[in-house]
Each structure stands twice: as C-alpha cells, then as structure tokens.
Design a protein around this ligand. Structure first.
Ligand code: FAD
Ligand code: NAI
Length: 466
C-alpha cells in the first residue's frame, strides 16, 4: 500500500492542473488515469484536436473564399484528408507528452488504470496489476462523456459523437448533426468548410442556448450564408437508423407537428455531455450523485466527505477546460490551508467558429429575467478600419452595464479573435470595472480590440466612429 498526501483521479485539465498545484505546495501527490495518455477529454478528444481542425479548415476555406478578394488566388487547391487528420494527431501527441513531462518535473506519481474507491481514504487502481493507494485527501476529476437522446443509439461508426468525428480521417459528402450547441456549430463549421453538406437539427427555437440570443442568431445567419449549413430549429429528433451504411433521421416539428426526414452519410450526436462516475465506486466512499449524475459539492468543492473534493465536468457549472483547471488550483490551495477564490461570473465561454463568439457575465435575457436595470453599448465591426482591412466586417461587440452604477454585467462578442479579446473583459469583471473603465483605457490602433472600447463608449452614447 502506497501512501500519499493527495490522490487525484482523472488527468484532464482539472486533475492534472490540481496535481501540479498540490506538488508545488509540497504535497506528495498521485495521479490516476484510466487511459494510456494523460490530458483527459480536453487534450485527447476535445479542445485541442477540435481547435486544430478548426484552424486547418478555416485556412482552406479562406484560401478559396476570402483570399481571392485580396488578389491572391491559388490553383488546384487540394485537401489531403489523411494528412490533415494526421497533423491533428501529431498536435495531440505532443500536447499529451507535455503533460507527462510536467508530471515528471513535479515528481507526481502517475498510475494508469481505473481508480475505484475501496473506502473513503483508499483507492485501488486496476491497471496491468492492481495496486492500492491511500491518502489524506482525494480529488475526483473524472470529467464527462457524450450523452445521447431517446431513439438514438450511438454505434460509433455512422451514428457518432465528437470523439469519432475528430478522427474521421475523411471528408464525407453529407453530415447530419443533432444539436446546435457548441460542438454542433464548431464541428459543423469544420466539415462544412471542408466541403461537407451539413444539416443541423435542434430541439430549441434558437442555436447556442446560454449565449446572447442576438449574437447567436447573427452567428447562425453567417453560418447559413457563408458555409451553407442548413438549420432545422424547433425539431425534436425521435429516431436515427442506419441502413446500408447511411443514416436516416426522423424528427417532429414542435410548431406544426410535421415530420422531418433527413438522410446523410454520418449523423453526429451533439446533445450535451454527462458527468462520468462509472467504475469509481462512489458508494464505497459514502458518496452519491444528484439527479443529473453530478457529484454534489459545497462552495469549497468538498463532497459529503470533507476530505474528498470533486472538480470540473463531474460537478455543477459550465463544462469548460479553464473552469476545471481553476477549480483544480482552488482545491489544491484549499487543502493547503490557503484562501483561494473563484468568481464563476467572470469565467468566459467561447465558440470557435468564424467569427468567434465569446461571452463573459450575464446575457441580456438573464438580466431581463432577474429584473436588473441595464444599459447597452454596441459597436459593429463594419465600422472598424482594422476589420475592413482583413475582410472581417461581420459581427459586433455588445457591452452590458448596470443602469445606475455602470458596473460591467456582461460582454458578448461576435468577432474576429473574440476568444483572445474576451480575456480583457474577464480581467475587468474580476476587478468589478465599469463600462467607463474600458472606455477610458487606451487601446492600440488599428486593432479589433478598439471595437470593445467603442462599445464601452456606446454605453453612454459616446462612441466616436459611428
Ligand atoms: P476530462 O477532461 O473529461 O478528464 C477526465 C479524465 O478522467 C479522463 O481522462 C478519464 O479517462 C479519467 N477518468 C474517468 N474516470 C476514471 C477513473 N475511475 N479512474 C481513472 N481515470 C478516470 N472546453 C473549453 O474550455 N474549450 C474548448 O475549446 C473545448 N472544446 C471541446 C471540444 C470538444 C469536442 C469536447 C468534447 C469538449 C470540449 N471542451 C472545451 C470541454 C472540455 O474538454 C472539458 O470541459 C474538460 O476536458 C473537463 O475537464 P475535466 O478535467 O473535468 O475532465
Ligand atoms: P450543448 O449543451 O452545448 O448543446 C447541446 C444542444 O443539443 C442544445 O442546443 C440542445 O438544445 C440540443 N438538443 C438536446 N436534445 C436534443 C434533441 N432531442 N433534438 C435536437 N436537439 C437537441 O452540448 P454539446 O454541444 O454536446 O457540448 C457539450 C459540452 O462540451 C458543452 O457543455 C460545452 O461546454 C463543451 N464544449 C465546449 C467547447 C468550447 O468551449 N469551445 C467546445 C465543445 C464542447
């Protein structure tokens, strides 16, 4: 039996970051991962491979559709699908090896195999051989898995999840996607840019629930126009069948009860993810999951057993890598007796389409629902010289500030490089800045970030270039 100060179960961005911070704080730390590579969903089958494919497909699309406007034409442009996916694999491999290096550097002992609680302080690891580990503190960071819907059985061959889509190795002629959420729009963009005819069927009357409605609608229109993606909103998928290597989807319209029938080579199910606790033996630790399969935690991320913490996708809150990592650092510092802090309102969310959609704070819909008085400042990229130069004039930035105090309540960007620009707003919100604070800050010219300043100025009707 090996003894540790802390055992972390799961090596995703929650678990491995937590393990590093524990080690930095002088704790003897073990990390358990059931797969042969470290890094979890994010590095292996999530953020990193999807962003690689989004980057490559965007360049290909630009070469054909944007660069000719700049006087640049390339003849006989071809895609080598095998190479494209192989390059994505190479990026993933380098990234997961990086995590292995960080574990060695921080003297974290890594155990491969499924981690299962034997009792509240003991975890057995069923790998090549079974070992038992004990610790004063245990952190559950076992993440999430794709979920499906009634009537749809994922066979991983034709009816697939994001994991299979990221390793398809070819560009299909047609693809159906169930769910116009983040995965639906990101992977829909990848394949549509590469030439696949993409059709997205969504239950709700809008795309991207949780994001600003106006920005989400505008993004939908851009994807329809530029990538020719077809959207069927307000449709409940009731069945998907595979016949002779083709998928056939049936959905009911929620507005007029008409039936929708669609067929394609592949059907990607992107209807959300569920917390993953199978094989953990939670009952042996005296723990239970809630009605949505999550592990309940208090404000310190402690479970019903105060020495057992849970973080990331397996607990409440947005399923985002940076949220999981922040919680990992929080827990390590809490165990060490420090006074860590997380402001959940200042956690940004990004959809990596083009333009990108990024947000932090409340949406207008939430502010209305909560009867919070607010002011809006909006500025379009059409009026930005920088955006005109790079032909990125679609989109806008919207700043929401409290009507009386001017405190920033939310910022929504449908913008080129929104993913990078939103960090400025997250910092501003951490410091409880006002819209005027951003408006008074000098931004470099010419940049996309000037649009944020103009939107902040527009809150008090002081925008200059419109
Ligand atoms: P995970 O990354 O899921 O890691 C959990 C790990 O625990 C896994 O490796 C699993 O094998 C292991 N494990 C589970 N049970 C056991 C056990 N009993 N014993 C041992 N090991 C176990 N988020 C972003 O912020 N930005 C993005 O751009 C982004 N893109 C995404 C794209 C896709 C296609 C997907 C699917 C997700 C994306 N996400 C993105 C979400 C992000 O990947 C997750 O929020 C993040 O990985 C959660 O981290 P985690 O540490 O909680 O869990
Ligand atoms: P999601 O929750 O973003 O979207 C799921 C969509 O499916 C919703 O719009 C929902 O209304 C729809 N849906 C549900 N049931 C349906 C049905 N029966 N018929 C039609 N539509 C239906 O989930 P998604 O896209 O699967 O992503 C999972 C998680 O991964 C998200 O929570 C997200 O946070 C994370 N992720 C984050 C990324 C990022 O940060 N850029 C990228 C990809 C994933």
């Amino acid at each position: 039996m090996s003894r540790f100060d802390v055992i972390v179960i799961g090596s995703g961005p929650g678990g491995y970051v937590c393990a590093i911070r524990c080690a930095q704080l002088g704790m003897k730390t073990a990390l358990i991962e059931k797969y042969p590579t470290l890094g979890g969903t994010c590095l292996n089958v999530g953020c990193i491979p999807s962003k690689a494919l989004l980057d490559y497909s965007e360049r290909y699309f630009e070469l054909q559709h944007k660069l000719p406007q700049m006087g640049i034409t390339a003849e006989k442009v071809k895609i080598d699908a095998k190479k494209l996916f192989a390059q994505k694999d190479a990026v993933v491999q380098k990234t997961v090896e990086g995590v292995r290096f960080l574990m060695r550097k921080n003297k974290i002992e890594v155990f491969h195999g499924v981690g299962t609680f034997v009792d509240p302080h003991t975890v057995k690891v069923q790998g090549e051989k079974e070992v038992q580990l004990q610790a004063n503190y245990i952190v559950i960071a076992t993440g999430s898995k794709p979920s499906s819907i009634p009537g749809v059985t994922i066979d991983k061959k034709r009816i697939i999840t994001s994991t299979e889509a990221l390793s398809l190795g070819k560009i299909p002629k047609t693809m159906l996607i169930i769910g116009a959420g983040v995965i639906g729009l990101e992977l829909g963009s990848v394949f549509a840019r590469l030439g696949t005819k993409v059709t997205i069927v969504e239950y709700l009357n809008r795309v991207l629930p949780g994001f600003d409605l106006e920005a989400a609608k505008a993004l939908q229109r851009i994807l329809e126009k530029e990538l020719e993606i077809t959207f069927y909103l307000n449709h409940k998928v009731t069945a998907v069948e595979v016949k002779r290597g083709r998928t056939y989807l049936t959905a009911e319209s929620r507005t007029d009860a008409k039936e929708l029938k669609q067929s394609a080579e592949y059907c990607l199910v992107a209807t959300g993810r569920r917390p993953y606790t199978e094989g953990l033996g939670l009952e042996n630790a005296g723990l239970q999951t809630d009605e949505r399969g999550r592990i309940p935690v208090n404000e310190h991320l402690q479970t019903a057993q105060p020495h057992i913490y849970a973080i990331g996708d397996v607990v409440r809150g947005p399923m985002l890598a940076h949220k999981a990592s922040d919680e990992g650092i929080f827990v390590a510092e809490h165990i060490a007796g420090l006074k860590p802090h997380i402001n959940y309102l200042a956690i940004p969310s990004v959809v990596y389409t083009w333009p990108e959609l990024a947000m932090v704070g409340f949406t207008e819909e939430e502010l209305k629902e909560q009867n919070v008085p607010y002011k809006v400042g909006k500025f379009p990229f059409m009026a930005s010289g920088r955006a005109r130069a790079s032909l990125d004039t679609e989109g806008f930035i919207k700043v929401l500030a409290h009507k009386e105090t001017d405190q920033l309540l939310g910022v929504h960007m449908l913008a080129p490089r929104a993913a990078d620009m939103i960090a400025e707003v997250a910092l501003a919100m951490e410091y409880k800045a006002s819209a005027e604070d951003i408006a008074l800050t000098c931004h470099p010219h010419p940049t996309f970030s000037e649009v944020l300043r103009e939107a902040a100025l527009a809150v008090d009707k002081k925008a200059i270039h419109i």
